[in-house]
Design a protein around this ligand. Sequence first.
Ligand SMILES: *[C@@H]1O[C@H](CO)[C@@H](O)[C@H](O)[C@H]1NC(C)=O
Ligand SMILES: *[C@@H]1O[C@H](CO)[C@@H](O)[C@H](O)[C@H]1NC(C)=O
Ligand SMILES: *[C@@H]1O[C@H](CO)[C@@H](O)[C@H](O)[C@H]1NC(C)=O
Ligand SMILES: *[C@@H]1O[C@H](CO)[C@@H](O)[C@H](O)[C@H]1NC(C)=O
Ligand SMILES: *[C@@H]1O[C@H](CO)[C@@H](O)[C@H](O)[C@H]1NC(C)=O
Ligand SMILES: *[C@@H]1O[C@H](CO)[C@@H](O)[C@H](O)[C@H]1NC(C)=O
Ligand SMILES: *[C@@H]1O[C@H](CO)[C@@H](O)[C@H](O)[C@H]1NC(C)=O
Length: 550
Amino acid sequence: MPSPQPARGLLWLGVVLGPVCAALESAAPSISATDALNVLLIVVDDLRPSLGCYGDKLVRSPNIDQLASHSLLFQNAFAQQAVCAPSRVSFLTGRRPDTTRLYDFNSYWRVHAGNFSTIPQYFKENGYVTMSVGKVFHPGISSNHSDDSPYSWSFPPYHPSTEKYENTKTCRGPDGELHANLLCPVDVVDVPEGTLPDIQSTEQAIQLLGKMRTSASPFFLAVGYHKPHIPFRYPKEFQKLYPLENITLAPDPQVPDGLPPVAYNPWMDIRQREDVQALNISVPYGPIPVDFQRKIRQSYFASVSYLDTQVGHLLNALDDLQLANNTIIAFISDHGWALGEHGEWAKYSNFDVATRVPLMFYVPGKTASLPEAGEKLFPYCSPFDSVSELMEPGRQSEDLVELVSLFPTLAGLAGLQVPPRCPVASFHVELCREGQNLLKHFRLPDSEEDPYFLDNPRELIAYSQYPRPADSPQWNSDKPSLKDIKIMGYSIRTIDYRYTVWVGFDPHEYLANFSDIHAGELYFVDSDPLQDHNVYNDSQGGRLSQSLMP
Ligand SMILES: *[C@@H]1O[C@H](CO)[C@@H](O)[C@H](O)[C@H]1NC(C)=O
Ligand SMILES: *[C@@H]1O[C@H](CO)[C@@H](O)[C@H](O)[C@H]1NC(C)=O
Ligand SMILES: *[C@@H]1O[C@H](CO)[C@@H](O)[C@H](O)[C@H]1NC(C)=O
Ligand SMILES: *[C@@H]1O[C@H](CO)[C@@H](O)[C@H](O)[C@H]1NC(C)=O
Ligand SMILES: *[C@@H]1O[C@H](CO)[C@@H](O)[C@H](O)[C@H]1NC(C)=O
Ligand SMILES: *[C@@H]1O[C@H](CO)[C@@H](O)[C@H](O)[C@H]1NC(C)=O
Ligand SMILES: *[C@@H]1O[C@H](CO)[C@@H](O)[C@H](O)[C@H]1NC(C)=O
């Protein structure tokens, strides 16, 4: 039976994390008008599991690690498509991209695919006050320029006013001038409005928590952070955590020999930034000069630590407001980001570095014991404090899980009815779910038995997919528009291997042709964890293909 494996917590040994964070604080009386559990959903943009709690020895993420220590953490969680809008619409509706029919940024599922319910909509319909802060839905057409309001949210979503400066010239270069750079450590007092989007989102979220404390209804608050998405615009003091001489390159910075060209994506977006443009890097394969590779990695990690402090302030406030004992916390990212692995600097692929995400759930009284009056579960931890204390790992599961499971799992954890499984074509069904309910992994006494739950962890599969406009990398291979899609890479990840077939795809009929195989990839996790040695040809992989697809 699949279950969290405490032994794997050993992965954590030797991972030294932040100090004992601030001490216990005294409690004010709490006003809890209801037994229903609140939900705080934290969605991070482009965060791969480069975190202490995932075994990263360099990255300082004491607040997220502290959350993990009280949570059930999934070591093998995967996004369904490694790009923002398709991934977000997928997990927020609980449907795969082939059902939302969103592979790009250019359609709104309610009119383009089906009028599917979303997670916040479902909570709202069940008596919750639902609120969105920052980037939860991808803005623009894919959420009807309204973050799916009014369906998903009780109030108009909040967006930080400084969001609009993200891509403008606010990065001071070595020449003393302001540029639209990729690497953008800033002095916060000097930037427009003297603040940054994620700082504003944290402040707004804390205000909303304060208001909800006395609310008669339970709340569902989604907080979407922008970092570590590019550009790496973060308070410059975080750079000090990562001296360049301590930054290593990706262990596999070359484009692998046996990689089919269709699987490669040319990371066009970072090339548009002024500092990268100045490097005159060859398209599509690069490489980026080694010293600049180190700087990109440094700024990504610094952005993660900055993000971690925002999560820390948010959770600390939740605790101060006496809400930690009746609020479920889910922490996820929309997908990962390649930091030079396979010669790539982006998402937009089916590699683990692009599809694997952090995923953890804190459930009061279940994944951690209820805080005693006056006890704090989430005191703020500074990533700048000297590394001293070994943080206890929480519960962990190695089972393969998918972001489409978020919908049924959150519903189940909150005690709402879990939406039924979708029929095979479900465009006409407003409320159903394509992902598994993960409740069983929590081993709660009241776990619903999911008849689809496979008892053999070797049989658990996470599906991802990525579209391409051509067999070789070209200007729009990262983000093809629907009409330009000619090939779809369908990928399955099991505990043992990743297997991908790139097949013909008709964007008018949304049909994949599994007889029309353009290329294949097969990597074994044990012998090739980084996915550099494609053994598809040796394995007659083609035979495996169709039977394993969803
Ligand atoms: C879509 O769903 C929403 C929310 O349930 C509902 O208000 C709306 O009428 C539906 N639209 C259509 C076209 O069915
Ligand atoms: C999308 O937004 C437009 C403009 O606000 C609105 O008229 C339209 O009804 C919205 N679509 C849906 C399905 O609600
Ligand atoms: C950098 O690496 C050195 C040598 O391993 C180590 O002593 C030092 O603490 C590291 N600095 C930081 C900020 O991690
Ligand atoms: C696999 O076979 C295909 C078709 O024969 C060939 O084009 C490709 O280069 C081979 N790949 C590897 C890694 O050998
Ligand atoms: C950029 O690189 C190309 C070849 O990769 C070279 O021909 C060209 O002169 C370079 N331009 C500059 C401004 O360095
Ligand atoms: C949460 O903690 C507060 C303050 O200690 C207490 O009054 C309240 O009953 C607790 N709620 C739950 C669900 O335990
Ligand atoms: C699927 O691909 C095969 C092989 O290229 C081709 O013969 C067949 O016509 C295609 N089917 C459709 C429906 O396009």
